[in-house]
Design a protein around this ligand. Sequence first.
Ligand code: NI
Length: 394
Amino acid sequence: MEQGNGYPQIVGSELFDWMRTIRHHLHQSPELSFQEFKTAAYICEKLSELGISPRPGVAGTGVLAEIGPAHSDWIVGLRADMDALPIGERTGLPFASTVSGSMHACGHDGHMAMLLGAAALLKKMDLPGRVRFIFQPAEESGNGAEKMVAEGAVNGLDAIFGGHIDTHYPTGSITVDEGIICAYADPFIVRLKGSSGHAARPHEARDSIVAAATLITALQSLVSREVDPNQAAVLTVGRVQAGDAHNVIAEEAILEGTIRSTHPEARSRLLAGMERMVMGISSLYAVAAHLEFPDFLPAVVNSASATEVARRAAAAVIPEDSILSQGPSSLGGEDFSFYLQKVNGCLVRFGANISAETGPAHSSTFDFDEAVLATGAAWYAQVALAFLQENVSP
Ligand code: NI
């Protein structure tokens, strides 16, 4: 890569090439949530190459590592996620996935490469405090961060920082925003149970499909009628499963979906409304109904103080006019929120726009501009350094 204007100079071409090789290796061997065994082993190998001893096996396939003076009580955490998605890759890249049906389609391969790059930079510095590298499994599915927290990954941390590659923004930019940046996510499963019978004799059965159809339509009014229009929210039914044959009334219908919201009061109105509608449909059609909300994801709320450090770190590695705002909160979820419930911190987005033909994140043609590896590594290293320099008394 040409280290052109606007790219962090702290990352030389040797380190950049090292990160790019890592990214290509990880991209070729994607592993799904909680299956990141080879990925973890590779990260451990690269950390060892840097003279950093890794601690694998955290929350299954997570890896922790720490550097800095042993006597310091100050520790700042930097996080990268490790998992791929169940998508068959169609990018045609020379380093495309070799695992059928799996793909790094969200940039987590880049996150791991840039955090290793930051480790390489920080290892050479005289640090005023400690830095903990947190490689986390299962961001896409399974709330790996929650399990990392349960296994002590943030114990003793004074702050935590993370970043996500985002092709909506130009390469070399970083978005930094205080407050909520990713929504509350409440995935739901509704089971409606009637009784089966002959398609021609509905009076002998209880049709779960008719009840499900009414429920799906009714749910569409929750966002429009229950939530303050100034508070962004969305409800999507993404999966419907019912029935076995055209001439049999379906005994059971299962709906799966997700509720996303950006304000606590909107969230509680939506959850209560959902429950009311499910119970209402149950009595309306005389079917049994069961509603559950598995795998709740809290909102990502960047603290004011950590956001300031994140902004100053960005200003140290990119031009001032490349520090952007994402605007209103995304309705996407991010399990980085579980760390922020324990320790103050900030999640940013690294711009990595590539070309119009490239698909969006979570698509089979997703790719990103690899120059982002330099921006990400430089920011990660700088934010850790800045936090420690500002907080650790000399
Ligand atoms: Ni992601």
